[in-house]
Design a protein. Structure first.
Ligand SMILES: NC(=O)c1ccc[n+]([C@@H]2O[C@H](COP(=O)([O-])OP(=O)(O)OC[C@H]3O[C@@H](n4cnc5c(N)ncnc54)[C@H](OP(=O)(O)O)[C@@H]3O)[C@@H](O)[C@H]2O)c1
Length: 294
């Protein structure tokens, strides 16, 4: 059994979480739609995460929809005292599996209540507002109206802390004028480093940066540099990719997703992998190589 304690901790809102967490999106059916193909296997992954020391789980009621939240409740409620479940709102699913922006006051309020009910909670610890001006990446535009709605739900006591997802630095600055922002969740990994400067700026403000697709997402990372370093360190490429993120900045919290207990154990063991300085230099070269092929 590995120890994820070695990855350290970070303060998320006013809770201490281990820097190695778990992202539940992969537990829904294909296309993040419908039930998992093996219900018991999905429950087993969640239970193995908590048994392995995870106390930070990322989810949303639009995974499924409603599927991952209900799995989390079934597998883990009554929840351990130290478990922090982070959810996100701002989208809904079409019958054709599409991801549709859902930013009206009514939709956002409904989403908070749906999350509360499906997770079986009285208050949501952290809610990310997922911006959908472009579903695939940050795009400029004012977030004032939806964030003001979420801040009001926070004042009502339904939400403890607020984060932002799929956002630009300008939107984060705008958001911080409206309410306290405790975390930012954007696409980032060893090969996709658009947010390098942002991560360091957020670290200065004590704001967590939670990369989504830390392993490459729907097309998992493939790189000869990752494979070579993994072989040298007697690790796997995915462990090297996670260890790189852990070393990249102290405010990075990991939520790698998997539907497999074996992959979960492998990912948690990344906490114990020390990357020598020369491997960090080589890994830094992956994003430059990826950029030159696009
Ligand atoms: N805010 C947003 O817009 C947003 C968007 C996407 C995701 N998220 C969150 O971020 C979390 C992480 O993202 P993600 O799950 O999409 O992508 P990810 O963590 O980068 O990668 C998941 C993929 O990698 C595979 N995988 C995981 N561990 C592996 C291992 N050790 N060896 C080989 N393959 C492995 C998984 O397949 P197996 O199931 O076969 O292991 C899955 O296909 C999600 O769970 C979700 O909570 C947020």
């Amino acid at each position: 059994m590995s120890s994820i304690e070695k990855a350290g901790t970070f303060t998320l809102g006013d809770r201490t979480v281990k820097r190695l967490g778990y992202g539940a999106m992969q537990l829904a059916g294909p296309g993040v739609f419908g039930p998992p193909k093996d219900h018991q296997a999905a429950l087993a992954v969640l239970r193995a995460a908590v048994a392995g020391g995870v106390n930070h789980i990322d989810t949303s009621d639009f995974y499924g929809p409603h599927v991952t939240n209900r799995l989390i409740r079934e597998a883990l409620a009554p929840y351990p005292d130290d478990l922090v479940i982070v959810t996100k709102i701002g989208a809904r699913r079409g019958a054709d599996r599409s991801w549709i922006p859902a930013f009206s006051a009514e939709e956002l309020t409904q989403a908070v209540h749906d999350n509360l009910r499906n997770l079986g909670l009285d208050v949501l610890e952290v809610v990310n507002l997922r911006i959908m001006f472009d579903a695939h990446g940050p795009a400029e535009g004012s977030i004032e109206a939806p964030l003001t709605v979420l801040a009001e739900l926070q004042r009502q006591g339904l939400v403890r802390h607020i984060g932002l997802s799929n956002v630009t630095p300008a939107q984060i600055a705008q958001g911080r004028r409206i309410c306290e922002i405790v975390c930012v969740q954007n696409h980032y990994n060893v090969a996709h480093r658009t947010d390098d400067a942002l991560i360091d700026a957020l670290a200065g403000g004590g704001i967590a940066y939670v990369p989504y697709f830390p392993l490459g997402g729907f097309t998992p990372l493939q790189s000869s540099t990752l494979s070579d370093i993994a072989q040298r360190l007697r690790a796997t490429p995915m462990q090297v990719a996670l260890a790189w993120l852990l070393r990249r900045a102290p405010n990075i919290l990991l939520i790698p997703g998997t539907s497999s207990v074996a992959h979960l154990q492998e990912n948690l063991a990344a906490a114990e992998l020390d990357l020598p300085d020369d491997t960090m230099v080589a890994l830094d070269g992956i994003s430059a190589a990826a950029a030159s092929t696009h």
